[in-house]
Design a protein around this ligand. Structure first.
Ligand code: SF4
Length: 362
């Protein structure tokens, strides 16, 4: 069980030691494995408020009050991979599959641009329908027609040449969650044909090519321990990704993990706040999974260092098919029709909605 002390009392010495670690991180001092483990083993809700406040202030110092809004297009729910936790894994024969052709993608991008979005995120399963050539064509046209838009891809593992070709075609950012930086844990979440080493290689390739690169992880995923989370924190500290996607594990009925417990909001918030201090300049989304877990998730995420929200622009019927986990908030929360609700959370966090390109600042 992770972060298991959260609702217990600590003595003063323990709290003081925790706060001194938070201050170290806030001052740019790198922590060691044992330090991170101490934090995760001992943090409780009382001392979390100190961490949360430091994370909020750090985000404000670098990005002011902006919450950057990204337009998300889920282009395909076909996937050749088989992650044990994912509702659109290839072995789920009950999933209703769809994919968008290039014209549909242009149509949504045009709509997004007219609505003011200046970052487009194209996300999908690993779907070989989208060849390198087709993606180059799609990205090239968007880049040509909308030169002031950032194009973010989240299309899984590809070879170096493909990543490079897509970058040259005009893509700027790439999200590829590592899911777990502990090889042993990664292998419990994925079938043996999926390679931890290749995933890490992909992240290195993306950064080397020049993408603003996003790593990320699930909190509370099956078999996860504090030691595993420490691996994630050490990895973030070392890799310094420009974007970090963190969300709770949420189960899906058509997966081998269907009976496992969901992750907990408190634990996700701890990881958001630590991520903000470890990688101060990161673009850190309040993820849809966090909003799906708890109605207060988005507001609390913004209060814990997050500064990005992705708004789903896919057609409503397709959103229902893109279910990586159950009870995804595809209608009432993070969709274009409900932007006013999102604005309320942003204002409550004393932040401002920002549709600009919102590049990584260093
Ligand atoms: S998590 Fe991603 S790679 Fe894994 S099965 Fe789902 S869509 Fe495919």
């Amino acid at each position: 069980m992770i972060i298991s002390n959260y609702f217990n009392k600590n003595d003063n010495d323990t709290n003081n030691k925790l706060i001194s670690y938070f201050n170290d991180l806030n001052n740019g001092i790198k922590l060691k494995r044992d330090d991170f483990l101490y934090i995760l083993d001992n943090i409780n809700d009382e001392v979390f408020s100190v961490l949360q406040s430091l994370a909020y202030q750090k985000r404000k110092l670098i990005y002011n009050d902006s919450v950057f809004i990204r337009g998300l297009i889920e282009i395909s729910n076909y996937c050749k991979k088989d992650c044990y936790y994912c509702g659109i894994r290839k072995s789920n024969l009950t999933a209703h599959r769809y994919r968008y052709d290039k014209n549909k993608i242009y149509e949504i991008v045009t709509y997004a641009y007219q609505r003011g979005y200046r970052t487009i995120v194209m996300q999908g399963g690993e779907d070989d329908y989208y060849t390198k050539e087709l993606l180059e064509e799609i990205i090239g046209k968007i880049r040509n027609d909308y030169p002031d838009v950032a194009i973010t891809l989240s299309l899984g593992e590809k070879d170096y040449d493909t990543y490079q070709a897509l970058f040259r075609a005009g893509a700027n950012r790439y999200l590829l969650r590592h899911e777990s930086a502990s090889k042993k844990h990664y292998e419990k979440l994925h079938p043996s044909f999926m390679s931890f080493d290749n995933r890490m290689q992909c992240l290195n390739d993306l950064k080397k090519i020049g993408y603003q690169t996003g790593a990320g992880l699930m909190v509370g995923s099956p078999f996860q321990t504090n030691d595993d989370l420490v691996e994630d924190l050490l990895f973030l500290q070392e890799f310094q990704p420009q974007m970090i996607g963190i969300g709770p594990y949420l189960r899906h009925h058509a997966t081998p993990f269907k009976d496992m417990s969901n992750g907990k909001l408190e634990h996700v918030l701890v990881m958001y706040a630590l991520a903000r201090l470890i990688v101060p300049h990161a673009l850190l989304p309040s993820t849809t999974a966090t909003s799906s877990l708890d109605k207060t998730g988005r507001l609390k995420a913004l209060l814990s260092g997050c500064n990005v929200i992705m708004i789903n622009l896919s057609d409503i019927d397709k959103r229902k098919s893109y279910t990586l986990y159950e009870n995804k908030s595809y209608q009432g929360d993070e969709s274009d029709e409900f932007i006013e609700l999102i604005k309320k959370d942003i204002e409550q966090a004393n932040m401002k909605i920002d549709f600009s390109i919102g590049n990584y600042r260093k």
